[in-house]
Write a protein that binds this ligand. Structure first.
Ligand code: HEM
Length: 496
């Protein structure tokens, strides 16, 4: 069984900055919230609101502070320049945490790009990037159109029946179908079925991985709660399904060897890369990456879309401009093409603004591989550093009217150049481990927004009690309880 016990607290060994020569502070000397004996700050943290608590502490204690989770001393950094240099200092200086890798493996998640480190990461990253190149994603484009068409069908039925749409659930169906098509070359079609087999299992994995990550006590090794048993069942089912997908992909490649050089799905591309002599990739790593794509690509994209649709509805001026753009881009067209998506400048600005205000990965924990410094703080090898991704990016000192939803700022229309906005807001991370799915995610999101705005009038987006949707963190940060009501645009309209 992999060990997830904490290493002894590392002692600071650097006293001055290797780059500036200035004296460094020690993590243990930084300000931070009062803590309990043994448990540290754990009693003050609700897992689903960890990011909000860290944000409040950053406002109270400054952009560098310390917390303790059990006996683990952790540096929390909100300074965007220090965050960017930490993220760029990979793979040599920082890795994803040992705890993430160990807990993932213990749960039964095979090694995939998000969790691995060192040489294995380098090999897997090469394989995944080759599979993700924009040319490849373009080849997959017709399936994306098919998923958007089904979503439009689902929403048309809801509009005709005047029923409330569970926004998050429908967007998850769309992203699962889109990723499964891309990753497996398989049409799972959760948009038109009520079975949702893969989704039901996937939904059990992220929340558990996340709560185990920050749990002080690995109770699940001694007794299992019903949710732990449900997780075990979900992992068996998901891993068996993925093994089946790999077998089918191998059969397809054997029947048509030309597909090895022109793979039709991410899975075929990965199997072909794994089979190349000296690749160092085996079927377990291929399976691990198929699951990684599903997990990393489902909630992130669906949650960002849900936040964007809500923010647009809250800002009628922005909604009107985005709607006008969607309808004019599609004015005389019978079907959406990639070229249409590339013309959605304002809609892209809305997505960037959404990800600045509502980054679905609001914090990124990393672990130092060597004695190093983050800003003016000495970070001994082995220390965990949590980067806060939404602090400077919503602060008026860096972004004028930082808390306001103003998509036009991404088009250089309101005081801040898009280039500086991008340096401060990093929703896809930064450096060599930046999200490889970002191009696909942007295409998916544009496709859904185009479908929504060109075909429907949005009559309501909000929560049942009329309050602002709460933010819930389950690895990815999601809005709670968003509902939507649509009416069909009455013009014979645009076909997608
Ligand atoms: C709006 C949608 C998305 C957001 C906001 C997002 C965000 C992120 C972030 C913040 C990271 C960590 C980057 C870092 O450490 O610097 C990441 C990594 C990753 N993402 Fe995404 N992501 C999205 C969609 C996707 C999609 C659609 C896929 C795949 C289908 C994907 C696959 C991955 C993988 C495999 C990694 C790990 C990369 C590595 O460690 O080398 N993501 N993503």
């Amino acid at each position: 069984m992999p060990s997830i016990t904490s290493p002894p607290e590392p002692a600071p060994r650097l006293s001055s900055s290797p780059t500036t020569g200035k004296a460094l502070r020690n993590i243990a000397d930084l300000p931070g919230p009062k803590r309990w004996p043994l448990l540290g700050n754990l009693p003050q943290i609700k897992p689903a609101q960890l990011h909000l608590q860290l944000g409040r502490w950053a406002r109270e204690y400054g952009r560098y502070f310390q917390i303790r989770l059990g006996n683990r001393l952790i540096l929390v950094v909100a300074d965007h320049e220090a965050v960017a240099s930490t993220l760029r200092d990979r793979p040599g200086g920082f890795r994803r945490t040992e705890r993430l890798e160990a807990i993932g493996l213990e749960i039964g998640i095979k090694s995939g790009l998000f969790g691995v480190n060192g040489e294995v990461w380098q090999r897997q990253r090469r394989m995944v990037m080759a599979a993700f190149d924009p040319g490849h994603v373009k080849a997959y484009y017709p399936s994306l159109v098919k998923c958007a068409e089904r979503l439009a069908g689902r929403w048309s039925r809801a509009a005709n029946a005047n029923t409330v749409i569970d926004l998050q659930a429908d967007l998850m169906r769309f992203t699962v179908d889109a990723i499964a098509g891309l990753a497996f070359g398989t049409d799972v079609n959760t948009l038109e079925s009520d079975e949702d087999i893969i989704q039901q299992h996937l939904d059990k994995i992220f929340p558990k991985l996340f709560t185990r990550m920050i749990s002080a006590l690995p109770y699940w090794r001694y007794f299992k709660l019903p949710s732990d048993r449900a997780l075990d069942r979900a992992m068996v089912a998901v891993n068996a399904a993925i093994d089946g997908f790999i077998m089918t992909a191998r059969l397809r490649l054997a029947a048509d060897p030309a597909r090895r050089s022109a793979p039709q799905s991410l899975l075929e591309a990965m199997v072909a890369a794994a089979d190349a002599p000296g690749s160092g990739i085996d079927d377990d790593q291929v399976a691990g990456n198929v699951l990684t794509m599903l997990l990393a690509g489902e909630d992130t994209t669906a949650n960002t879309l849900a936040w964007c649709i809500w923010l647009l509805h809250e800002h009628p001026g922005a909604l009107a401009r985005a709607t006008a753009e969607a309808r004019s881009v599609l004015a005389d067209s019978a079907a959406v093409t990639l070229e249409h998506l590339s013309r959605l400048e304002y809609i892209e600005a809305c997505m960037n603004e959404t990800m600045r205000l509502k980054p679905v990965a609001p914090q990124l924990p990393l672990q130092a591989l060597t004695d190093t410094a983050v800003g003016d703080v000495a970070v001994p090898a082995g220390s965990v550093v949590i980067s806060l991704m939404r602090h400077d990016s919503v602060d008026d000192a860096f972004v004028p009217e930082g808390r306001a939803f103003k998509p036009e700022r991404w088009l250089g229309e309101s005081g801040l150049s898009a280039a500086s906005a991008k340096r401060i807001s990093m929703p896809f991370g930064a450096g060599p481990r930046m999200c490889p799915g970002r191009y696909l995610a942007l295409q998916e999101m544009k496709m859904v927004l185009l479908t929504l705005l060109a075909r429907f009038d949005v009559s309501f987006v909000g929560t049942a009690d009329g309050r602002e949707p709460a933010e819930r963190l389950m690895f990815a940060m999601a809005p709670v309880g968003l509902q939507m009501r649509l009416t069909l645009r009455d013009s014979a309209g645009v076909r997608l």
